[in-house]
Ligand binder design. Structure first.
Ligand code: M6R
Length: 369
């Protein structure tokens, strides 16, 4: 069943190029127009939407945090992202013009299910992004966009996450298409960029040996920090979550700009800090800011592990370890930048003797609140 891989997790990491291609399959035509027939919410209703609220847990929540950037950029509709377990307890403001997007690999997560039930009771429409056909969350939603990642067996979510991202981008672009926003012109370009992502992920997977070696060399450490800005921040959170659940290590993700507001006090000699660097093209302000963050932590002794796009030479002098990912538009970078963090956590956990497919205390789907 593991098709020759040592674990389901390794198999599922390797399946990601196909998984992301499958999420796109049949949803985009040659002219770059999206046809999401499954989204049975009438275009007229989608045109009236004045707020999008994403609810999810764990890794799916991180996909939601990234979705916010895409939804707000391409549609200009305000988007909130909330942990499903917190959502209904704060009496959220919802009505018929709210579109709730519930993201869940299993489709059985009780917190997410209760959040969407609450949203529907208030009159909101619910669109599920789900990987499991016929599961409860899609059955109770107004519409569903399946991610088509194939069964994910390992407790740690990998291919489901990447395909959730692709599905979120599709939803954002589709909303933009239906509403005719001024970013409508970008849709064709983004769709083309998305079509290239499968190859880019494949390329990343082919260059992971140094990451595995690095992970093994850090197996004795107690703490690893992760930093990112913009969509790199949720990527940092996801890298930290993978390390917690698999390696049972203290791992934390921060927005790099928050460093000076507290977390920089954690930096000490030889502390591994993974930094996700945005593209130097386009949003170069962000890039410059993170380069100075890397300098700041390195000056205080951190061991910097830098994930940066090919051709980004500005970061090289400050990287103790440099991991290259293919150049992508900023919003899509999580699709390539997350992969080394998955490999890193899986290898480090294995080096610590942990069972990666079945980490202690965790279940694949959490069907209790
Ligand atoms: O099935 P779901 O996507 O609703 O699951 C949500 C979380 O329980 C899940 O992503 C969890 O955080 C993973 N074990 C992370 O790798």
């Amino acid at each position: 069943e593991k098709a020759g891989y040592a674990s389901f997790m390794l198999k599922e990491i390797a399946e990601q190029p196909k998984a992301v291609a499958d999420t796109l399959l049949g949803r985009v035509d040659g002219s770059g127009t999206l046809s999401l027939d499954e989204v049975r919410i009438p275009p007229g209703v989608l045109r009236e939407v004045d707020k999008v609220v994403v609810v999810a847990c764990g890794t799916a929540f991180h996909a939601g945090l990234i979705a916010k950037y895409a939804i707000e950029h391409w549609t200009r509709i305000p988007c909130e992202v909330e942990l499903a377990s917190e959502f209904r307890y704060r009496d959220p403001i919802l009505d018929q013009r709210t579109l709730v997007v519930a993201i869940s690999q299993s489709g059985e997560t009780m917190d997410t299910l209760m959040a969407l039930r609450h949203a529907r009771e208030q009159g909101a429409r619910v669109l599920a992004i789900c990987n499991t056909n016929g599961s409860t969350i899609p059955r109770e939603s107004d519409a569903v966009l399946y991610t088509h990642a194939g069964p994910e067996v390992a407790v740690a979510s990998t291919k489901a996450f990447l395909t959730q991202l692709v599905a979120c981008y599709l939803v954002a672009l589709y909303l933009g298409q239906v509403r005719g926003t001024k970013y409508g012109d970008e849709i064709g370009d983004v769709v083309r960029d998305l079509s290239g992502i499968s190859g880019a992920v494949e390329q990343v997977l082919g260059t992971m040996e140094p990451v595995r070696e690095l992970a093994r060399s850090l197996a004795h450490k107690n703490t690893v920090l992760f930093l990112g800005r913009h969509v790199g921040h949720p990527v940092a959170l996801e890298g930290a979550l993978k390390l917690k659940e698999l390696a049972y290590m203290h791992a934390e993700g921060f927005a790099a700009g928050e460093l000076k507001h507290g977390p920089i006090a954690l930096i000490e000699e030889d502390l591994p800090v993974v930094v996700v660097v945005p593209s130097p093209r386009g949003r170069s302000v962000l890039h410059d800011k993170i380069v100075s963050n890397i300098q700041e932590i390195r000056a205080r002794g951190a061991r910097t592990i830098v994930i940066a796009e090919e051709g980004d030479e500005a970061v090289a002098p400050y990287a103790d370890h440099l991991v290259r990912v293919p150049a992508t538009p900023t919003l899509l970078q999580p699709l390539v930048a997350t992969v080394p963090l998955q490999v890193f956590a899986c290898e480090l956990a294995t080096a610590r003797g942990n069972e990666v497919d079945q980490p202690r205390n965790l279940a694949k789907s959490v069907t209790v609140e």
